[in-house]
Design a protein around this ligand. Structure first.
Ligand SMILES: Nc1ncnc2c1ncn2[C@@H]1O[C@H](COP(=O)(O)OP(=O)(O)OP(=O)(O)O)[C@@H](O)[C@H]1O
Ligand SMILES: [Mg+2]
Length: 239
């Protein structure tokens, strides 16, 4: 378990993010300071529209911020040019989107293989590893299905397998259990916790699902663009 003596994998300071301009401008992140440590699973909770997805996109370097600094694994993300940022993201991060973002023309296994193909892993090896990962999320019998022929929960598990397949050091998950029933949600969280327990990896999970809170090491509450509270989660009674 994390005791915060580990170095921070993510160090965000003074993050401000606005959308729009002039009269219609809204400031969604109003000065966020947040550390995510190696070896931990951090939960991010808060009201709908509070800025959670926006913050994840900023940490992933997908979204430019107006003010502040974000270091990921010691690299000043905000200072990197876009092409280097994209490459760095591909090598170090996995992202489970709130919308699953599966490619409709590709099978489950091909979707999961995409991050490996981008990293120039050969097609046969990429598909082999994709099928191993699909097996781990309980979809061994669905590897050749197209997304449209999968249930919402199965699509979500494909998206989770895709985020895990290249063994990212920073795993960013936006409501990963939203489309899953209780048992499948627990199974996925066990997988994510295993990743978060690795000493050189960490996981951030946005969730509204109180059934999975006990899988976290810490919980940060993002409300109205600010982190209003961070608490350590008691691990009593959990495996
Ligand atoms: N590209 C955009 N352009 C304009 N406004 C945006 C954009 N993206 C997000 N917003 C606004 O930013 C606010 C925060 O959105 P965000 O998606 O980060 O919330 P959230 O905390 O993830 O909510 P939820 O729990 O419903 O997913 C919302 O008011 C939203 O309308
Ligand atoms: Mg969101």
């Amino acid at each position: 378990m994390n005791d915060n003596s580990q170095p921070a994998a993510v160090r965000a300071r003074g993050i401000v993010k606005s959308f729009g301009s002039g009269d219609t401008q809204i400031t969604v992140l109003k000065g966020i300071d947040l550390d995510i440590y190696l070896g931990e699973l951090l939960l991010l909770v808060g009201e709908s529209g509070g800025g959670k997805t926006t913050l994840l996109s900023a940490i992933a370097g997908i979204l430019d911020i107006n003010e502040g600094n974000i270091d990921v694994l010691g690299v000043p993300l905000s200072a990197l040019p876009a092409n280097k940022r994209t490459r760095f993201r591909g090598q170090t991060m996995g992202f489970i989107y709130q919308q699953f973002n599966l490619l409709p023309a590709l099978t489950a296994a091909e979707n999961v293989a995409v991050p490996l193909l981008i990293q120039k892993v050969g097609r046969a090896e990429a598909l082999r590893r994709a099928r191993v990962m699909l097996n781990r999320v309980g979809l061994a019998d669905r590897t050749e299905f197209l997304p449209k022929n999968l249930s919402g929960g199965q699509q979500q598990r494909v998206a989770i397998a895709r985020a895990l397949v290249n063994e990212p050091r920073l795993l960013i998950c936006d409501e990963p259990t939203a489309a899953l029933d209780g048992p499948n949600g627990q199974k996925i969280m066990e997988l994510l916790r295993e990743v978060g327990r690795s000493p050189d990896r960490c996981v951030i999970v946005v969730t509204h699902d109180s059934r999975i809170f006990h899988f976290g090491d810490r919980m940060a509450n993002l409300t109205d663009g600010r982190i209003v509270n961070i608490e350590q989660i008691s691990q009593e009674g959990t495996a």
